[in-house]
Design a protein around this ligand. Structure first.
Ligand SMILES: NC(=O)c1ccc[n+]([C@@H]2O[C@H](COP(=O)([O-])OP(=O)(O)OC[C@H]3O[C@@H](n4cnc5c(N)ncnc54)[C@H](OP(=O)(O)O)[C@@H]3O)[C@@H](O)[C@H]2O)c1
Length: 306
């Protein structure tokens, strides 16, 4: 396993995402955590809304059962998405942030959250209110570091202007969803890929030492499914298989190694609930794809350089 520094915390480059654990048997989730920890994973990603709080609850129970020392792992969770009769909406108000954290702490059965992320941008945000909520949570020792998710460069700057230190930006990024790099590769061309959809997040985060975390590393579209072994992605799978053989790893590990190879030093937020797949994917941090291999995989997605 390789690690990266997040504001003084030694954080594993592979993160165990906990969005899909709620409906799995507790024993499977505990085995998953054991396998992840054995592979060197020390960061766990959650959100207040995952299975309406059940993922945090299950994780809290599993951690207690396993008896892991609290200071040995990093708990990251998110707030800001709410549900109403009409559907979802976003809420970055001071009151909602504070209430959400209290509820997460109870469900997670912990005294503090290591990293709290604002889940998806609330256009009604008052950055000063967020800053006040974060300052209160930090002073109370309830949250140690803050970040955002799915946020553009300008949205991060609005928070920074109010004195908020943003340590993390979690964005969708994979061989099935390459928007984070597309605009930069195609800048000032007439190609559709030149359109900035990821809000210059890659460039800004690199400039400001904000750790990018890639969510859904194996999915295409918005939860469109897994591209590994998917007949709709023949060129990509041929290249993943070729490199999997070369590096004696699984195609999924190569897909993660592609994310890790980027010099932005991103973390990968895996979503598997299978202990074996978790173990096999963690091998990715030991694989250093060449520049040529990185671009060959990118080209095999149908994007690439002209
Ligand atoms: N910030 C955000 O807005 C946001 C949004 C979505 C997710 N996330 C975070 O990102 C994490 C990962 O998301 P995700 O679950 O969509 O990621 P993913 O790792 O791309 O997908 C995992 C899913 O793919 C399946 N899968 C099929 N073949 C696989 C293979 N060969 N290897 C591994 N998995 C395979 C897994 O099934 P098995 O369980 O059977 O292996 C699981 O259902 C979440 O847990 C959450 O923490 C964040």
């Amino acid at each position: 396993m390789k690690y990266t520094d997040i504001r003084g915390v030694n954080a594993s480059r592979m993160i165990m995402g906990c969005m899909r654990i709620a409906d799995k048997p507790l024993e499977q989730t505990e085995n998953l955590i054991v396998e992840a920890v054995r592979a060197g994973v020390n960061v766990f990603d959650l959100a207040d809304v995952y299975a309406k709080g059940d993922c945090e609850r299950v994780f809290g129970v599993a951690l207690k059962d396993l008896g892991l020392a609290r200071e040995e792992y990093v708990v990251q969770t998110k707030c800001g998405i709410r549900y109403a009769d009409f559907g979802k909406y976003y809420d970055f108000s001071r009151e909602h942030i504070l209430t959400s954290v209290e509820n997460s702490l109870k469900r997670l059965n912990t005294e503090y959250i290591d990293v709290l992320l604002l889940h998806r941008p609330d256009t009604l945000i008052e950055p000063e209110e967020v800053a006040a909520a974060f300052a209160k949570l930090r002073a109370a020792g309830k949250v140690r570091a803050f970040g955002v998710s799915n946020a553009s460069a300008m949205q991060i700057q609005a928070l920074e202007k109010c004195g908020v230190d943003i340590a993390v930006n979690q964005m969708q990024f994979s061989l099935g969803h390459t928007l984070l790099v597309d605009a930069g590769v195609n800048v000032n061309t007439m190609k559709d890929e030149a359109v900035t959809r990821a809000g210059d997040a890659l460039e800004y985060c690199r400039l400001k030492n904000i750790t990018l975390q890639a969510w859904s590393p194996l999915q295409f579209g918005f939860f469109g499914g897994v591209f590994i072994g998917n007949e709709n992605f023949p060129a990509l799978n041929a290249e993943l298989d070729r490199l999997a053989e070369k590096y004696n790893a699984t195609p999924a590990a190569i897909a993660c190694a592609w994310i890790l190879r980027h010099p932005a030093k991103m973390q990968v937020v895996t979503g598997t609930t299978s202990p074996e797949r978790m173990r096999d994917m963690c091998v990715a941090t030991e694989i250093e794809l060449t520049r040529e291999e990185w671009y060959s995989l990118y080209t095999a997605t149908g994007k690439g350089v002209f």
